[in-house]
Design a protein around this ligand. Sequence first.
Ligand SMILES: [Zn+2]
Length: 246
Amino acid sequence: MVNNKTLSEYCHAYLNVDAFKDYSPNGLQVEGRSDIQTIISGVSANQDLIDRAIDEKTDALFVHHGFFWKGEDQRITGIKKNRIKALLDNNINLFGYHLPLDAHTEVGNNFQLAERFGIKNPTPIGDTLVWKGEVDTTLGALSKTIEQALSRKPLIFGNEDKPLKTIAWCSGGAQNYMDHAIDINADCFITGEVSEQNPAIAKENNIAFIAAGHHATERYGVQALCQHLSEKFNLKHQFIDIDNTV
Ligand SMILES: [Zn+2]
C-alpha cells in the first residue's frame, strides 16, 4: 500500500517530469482516496476506460493521455464533466504522464517499442523525442515483426525489399518529426499516425515510413511504469486495453 501523494512524488522524480515542457499536467490530475493498493493502466482516460476502472474498484488509474490539454476549453462541461464526475464519485485517483512517459529510458514508450521490435542500441536523437537504433532486416520483414508485436497491421510506405540498418521512431502522433529521422540518414521512420503529405515526403527523401498506430504504439509505457510501481510498492496492477484502431 502507498499514499497517493507519495506515489505522485515518486513518479515525478522517477520520470524526471521537471525536464519536460508538456501539453498537459504530468502527475496526479484528479485526486481520489489517499491509500492505494490497486492500480490500473490504460492509454487514454476516456469514459470506457473509467467505467472499467470503476467496475474493478481500483484505487488509481494511470494513463498516457489524461486531461487538461493546452488549448482545450477549460470548462468542466459535457463529456469532460462526465469523466471527472465518475472518477470523483468513485474516489479514483487519475495519474497522467505524457512526454516523460515517451522519453523514459526504461519504462518509456520508445524504449518499450525497441524491445518489442528487436531494435539494437536504442537511444534518443540528441534532445529530441525521436529515437534511433540498428536493425538488420527489410521493410517487409520489419512490418511483420511490428504486426506481431502490436497485434495490428501497420501502414507501410516504401519498397518491402528495402534493406534497413538504421531506423528512427517515435510513438504516437509524431509524423511531423520525420525530419529528425531524415537528418540522421535513417533508412526508415516509424510512428503511430500518418498525415496526407507524409508518404510523398518520405518517398522524396528516400526513407521508408511506417504508421503503426497511435494507440498501439503507446500501450507499453504506461504498462511498464505500473509494473515497476507494483513491484516497488507491492500494488496489484492490471492493464486494460480499450481498443482503438487509430
Ligand atoms: Zn499520444
